[in-house]
Design a protein around this ligand. Sequence first.
Ligand SMILES: *Cc1c(COP(=O)(O)O)cnc(C)c1O
Length: 376
Amino acid sequence: MNLRNATLAVHAAQHPAPDTGATTPSIHLASTFARNPDGDLPSRHLYSRISNPNRDQLEEALRLLEGGDDAAAFASGCAAITAVFQALKPGDRVVCNSDCYSGTREILNDLMRNWGLEIAFADLWNPDAWDSAIVPGTRLVWVETPSNPQMRITDIARLALHAHAMGAIVVCDGTFATPFLQTPLAQGADLVVHATTKYLSGHGDMVGGAVVAGSTVPELFARIRKIQVHAGAVPSPFDAWLTLRGIRTLPLRMKAHCANALEIAHRLESHPAVAAVHYPGLESHPGHELATRQMAGGFGGMLSFQTHGGEDMATRVAGACRLILRATSLGGLETLIEHRARIEGPSSPTPRDLLRLSVGVEDVEDLWDDLEQALD
Ligand SMILES: *Cc1c(COP(=O)(O)O)cnc(C)c1O
């Protein structure tokens, strides 16, 4: 059966246990697996760094949701990102979206330059920037769409055509959109990366990551699998279990996140203290039309906005929130607000008056009451 994503979210990798009939997965905490007298293993599992039943289930679910060939789960989103870059060779050129998760920028600048990668940043949401950035010899193009924190939208299909013609592969960090709203592999990307810490697990109670591969890069993915298994930045069985449990409600949660974020974005846009709102669901957003084509079912739960009155005013607005928590991260049930430039550090290209909101699933009227009193 060719199941749709909302059904897959509930059923993927959920098989009643053959011995007990238990309908939800057991948590296999064992680090090692006993052999039969003949030396054979009763299942394919040998040692839990190499593979574990809970990790297998999570990887199967992620592979199915993204329509991929294979998936590897990691101990964090950053471990997944690092594994992709470590699978490259010294001298390989990487072009990364200039608006991106600040950790990706730090991994590239602080770790992967020493690995010998040649690294360039470019405004990939603007096709005019492609020719000068994606030059011959480029091995990998890293895009985030929507991007963190300025919510830029990049045309994945067009970028993939362009990059492939230059001999480069395309990796999409799909954390903001989740496979429920966007499936980059179907649009031509070669790998998708997720911080499962965020929407996939969905409850702000674990840290994890994943790489999902399409059919185009089997050798590169085999190296990523080796890095997962040998370097060992793997999720615990419990974290894999929590993520799989979170995935079951992903479609429900994403609908609520999207509806709340769209409403908040509209109201912020007409508030006099707000200078700009960045949300691809707004018609005023430069990537709105593209996002409407590229994303399905909504524009996500993340938005950012700039206040009149600079950094000082932005900090005061965040400080005046009573219900909304001042915290980094995203994708949990509760709404979070963050002064993004401050957390990104001195090299941050993010405007100083920008606040990022991870819009949760609370009653939108309570969220607006809080934001309105903070802005007033
Ligand atoms: C949080 C995040 C990451 C990193 O994930 P961790 O689990 O914190 O390592 C990567 N990309 C994006 C877009 C993120 O929001």
